[in-house]
Design a protein around this ligand. Structure first.
Ligand SMILES: Cc1cc2nc3c(=O)[nH]c(=O)nc-3n(C[C@H](O)[C@H](O)[C@H](O)COP(=O)(O)OP(=O)(O)OC[C@H]3O[C@@H](n4cnc5c(N)ncnc54)[C@H](O)[C@@H]3O)c2cc1C
Length: 476
């Protein structure tokens, strides 16, 4: 393909975000010259899958595309498949989930339901919550998770319940955690009232941001979240990556696999060239038009040789135990279930067949038990996952495990402590201070608090629009 040579747009990290942003840029300017650099042998980041045979695949835990409600983004995703090849989850079935808490499976809501506590204790919590209603419920307004939860619920519920749930997940005190620690665990609300009482309170935003409606299937329509959840009818989120890759290849995008950035040259607040290292060679890309860095704030600061304070991040080990069962697990209609009890290593159990009718194969129903194992555990993860599922009664005596394989997540998950959040903030602000015009951070934490894929996509498209799409329109 013949291209006007006004430089190359480079994406570092072959994630869904990079690929979709590249497609967006090409839609606005088909002449863009784009290169995507990926460290692994496969594209897709967390949208990759584990493939054991043609018919035995698993996603990396629960990964369902959540619409951003920005048509510029959602239409590109929706157009990847014909309309009838999408599973569309919306309304009351948009996101059905639950929690295992205090030795019981809750199917009514993922938020902890403490309606059965004794009246005295419940009244204490209710009193403290209602005295806290004037406080800002935004986690990013607080310097640590304890302050955030105290401001939201008062001290009693924070210490008696929430601090224990967070300790189970992060092995540390809430006072050491950054409020972003609450992103992956549903601790932002609690159930204290039945449907009829809660209906009376739903008009108040500050009550609604603390108290959950007791039954996700009875939530009044106006409070249902907008934006559908989309999943391919044919099982496997990775198909979206394959389809995107094909579209990008057809439009001349070059992928460099097994590759990382070795060095960067800049001049006059512009990245001018980069050197890429693959297994057996080093190659250069000169005349960089724009560089999207989607693989972490700290790695970029290090690449730019910025001086950072001493800091040793604590990494949480994540393990995906992929199983096929002879029967569906006892998780009802739920797509996934969190586990809040301290004596379990299970973080989340995903039942793929509950949102994808073709997930079942001849070996049975696929599920994924995501474990955050205790530090000293050195046993068999598959056995641990099965024992915990049986103990939680998600599997009965009739259930048989036909297939099980444990996969250790290769990246790990940095424990979101205040110290590590400050470290990332320092790295980000040092990068911004360099004022490099054609270099932008995308991906997780590229802005403070940025975590969910919807936010990451919106941020990446915003950068692309501001720096490249408008320019393309002006020069067109
Ligand atoms: C436990 C957990 C639960 C989560 N739950 C949710 C949820 O419920 N909803 C939600 O929206 N989000 C959730 N997230 C966050 C979400 O998964 C991420 O925000 C999102 O996947 C990040 O996507 P990304 O496009 O930035 O990149 P990623 O999908 O992380 O991809 C990055 C890519 O870059 C590659 N790469 C890495 N380093 C380099 C390098 N040096 N050079 C070149 N390539 C490199 C990787 O191999 C990968 O392909 C969760 C995250 C965790 C850890």
């Amino acid at each position: 393909m013949n291209r006007k040579n006004d430089g190359t747009i480079v994406f570092v990290g072959g994630s869904f975000t990079s690929m979709l942003t590249a497609l967006h840029l090409l839609k606005h300017n088909p002449k863009e010259k784009i290169v995507i650099i990926e460290k692994e042998t496969e594209l897709g980041g967390l949208y990759r899958n584990f493939k054991y045979s043609e018919t035995n695949i698993f996603d990396h835990g629960v990964h369902i595309y959540t619409e951003t409600c920005n048509p510029e983004i959602d239409d590109l995703v929706f157009d990847l498949l014909p309309e009838n090849e999408w599973m569309k989850m919306e309304g009351k079935f948009r996101d059905v989930s639950g929690t295992y808490y205090n030795g019981k499976l809750q199917t009514n809501t993922p938020f902890i339901d403490i309606r059965n506590l004794n009246e005295e204790q419940k009244n204490k919590y209710i009193g403290e919550i209602f005295s806290s209603l004037a406080n800002d419920p935004n986690p990013l307004a607080y310097k640590n998770t304890e302050d955030y939860l105290n401001a939201k619920y008062g001290k009693s519920l924070t210490q008696d319940i929430m601090a224990k749930i967070l300790h189970k997940h992060y092995d540390t005190e809430v006072s050491r955690l950054d409020p972003t620690s609450t992103h992956v665990i549903p601790v932002s609300r609690v159930v204290l009232f039945d449907d009829n009482v809660m209906s009376e309170f739903m008009g108040s935003k500050s009550v609604r941001s603390r108290l959950a409606f007791p039954d996700q299937f009875n939530l009044p329509g106006e409070f249902l979240r907008k934006g559908r959840l989309l999943y391919p009818r044919k099982y496997g989120i990775h198909q979206l990556i394959k389809l995107l890759e094909q579209k990008l290849v057809d439009q001349g995008v070059k992928f460099v696999m097994n590759a990382t950035v070795n060095s960067m040259q800049s001049n006059d607040q512009q990245v001018t060239a980069i050197e890429i290292k693959t297994v057996d060679q080093i190659q250069s890309i000169n005349n960089i038009k724009h560089l999207f860095w989607g693989v972490g704030v700290v790695p970029l600061a290090r690449q730019l040789e910025l001086k950072l304070p001493e800091h040793k991040p604590e990494f949480k080990k994540g393990v995906f135990v992929n199983m096929r069962l002879n029967l569906p697990p006892n998780t009802g209609l739920m797509y996934y279930v969190y586990c809040f009890d301290e004596n379990y290593s299970t973080f989340r159990v995903t039942n793929y067949a509950s949102y994808c009718p073709t997930a079942r194969n001849e070996d049975g129903f696929p599920i994924c038990v995501t474990l955050w194992p205790k530090k000293d555990f050195d046993g068999d993860y598959c056995k641990l996952a099965e024992e915990e599922l049986r103990s939680m009664k998600l599997l009965s005596d009739y259930h048989k495990v036909n297939f099980a394989k444990a996969e250790i997540a290769n990246t790990g998950f940095p424990n979101p402590t205040v110290e590590s959040a400050n470290f990332v903030d320092t790295a980000r602000s040092k990068i911004k201070d360099l004022n490099i015009n054609n270099l932008d951070l995308t991906g997780t934490m590229s802005e403070k608090g940025l975590f969910y894929l919807t936010e990451i996509l919106e941020h990446s498209f915003k950068v692309a629009n501001a720096k490249l799409v408008q320019k393309a329109q002006v020069t067109a």
